[in-house]
Design a protein around this ligand. Structure first.
Ligand code: ADP
Ligand code: MG
Length: 248
């Protein structure tokens, strides 16, 4: 479980996150929505250790993350994708996944392979990467340069890289941004297939149709605060939420 506990983030005079508390449970998909600038990416960046926390706590299974370096946060089982693709364009697709498994950014499951000799561990890592690529329909592209893939495929490689270490918390920052209808539908199937009893998933998205169709619970952010939380029907019926979007 991922917990935001009275979290605040100040950028100079701007309070980007203002006393935010909510829990993200395993086994379900939690969507975080809200107008541009609401603070959604800032939450992800703080959880993953890219941004410091001004006050409050962020925990994974009771472990406080807010003072840990990025690789320790990854080790604690948290993985994320970026709103803007951040692949190593010149590296092959499979190499992009392998770097997510190489120390110090060692995933929880991969730590199991440390008992193996260097070469066996490398082979184990490679096999794991290929298995994830297979699962996400990317097997045929494994040896291609990441930068040569179509945009929609690169978004899937980002997802593959985030899941390869077997995270317990997965934060997806606008994975459908820029995808066409068919690509979005494919992404939706992959996200649904990732749903697992021991994985807490956060989906940040603008595509309301996608959000409403796959989220188990929805957290609505506005101006750095949590405006509402509920299921799709509750959020649709919430007048405050409607106003926040109309006022954009
Ligand atoms: P969202 O992802 O919901 O669109 P963000 O979390 O990116 O919103 O941004 C929330 C607010 O914080 C915005 O006003 C944005 O300009 C500001 N912000 C985000 N990152 C930084 C930063 N590194 N430095 C200064 N301000 C930032
Ligand atoms: Mg954002």
């Amino acid at each position: 479980m991922l917990t935001f506990d009275h979290v605040t983030k100040q950028f100079g005079a701007l309070k980007a996150i203002d006393d935010v508390s909510f829990k993200v449970k395993p086994g379900i998909i939690t969507a975080v929505i809200g107008p541009n600038g609401a603070g959604k990416s800032t939450l992800v960046n703080m959880a993953a250790g890219s941004y410091g926390v001004s006050s409050g706590r962020i925990l994974v299974d009771g472990v406080e993350l807010q003072r840990l370096p990025k690789h320790r946060i990854a080790h604690a089982g948290l993985a994320r994708t970026y709103q803007n693709i951040r692949l190593f364009d010149g590296m092959s697709v499979v190499k992009n996944l392998e770097v997510a498994l190489v120390p110090p950014k060692v995933g929880r499951l991969v730590a199991d392979t440390f008992g193996l000799t260097g070469r066996a561990a490398a082979e184990e890592r490679r096999a794991r990467c290929h298995a994830v690529l297979e699962r996400l329909g990317l097997a045929a592209h494994a040896e291609q340069q990441a930068g040569s893939l179509a945009y929609g495929q690169q978004k899937l490689v980002e997802l593959a890289r985030a899941v390869v270490a077997g995270p317990r918390v997965l934060l997806l920052d606008e994975p459908a941004a820029g995808l066409n209808h068919g690509e979005t539908e494919l992404l939706k199937q992959h996200i649904l297939a990732l749903r697992a009893p021991d994985l807490a998933m956060v989906l940040i998205e603008h595509d309301m149709k996608l959000i409403m169709s796959i989220s188990d619970t929805i957290v609505v952010m506005n101006r750095g605060q949590v405006l509402a939380q509920g299921n799709a029907a509750e959020i649709r019926a919430n007048t405050e939420v409607q106003e926040a979007y109309l006022g954009q």
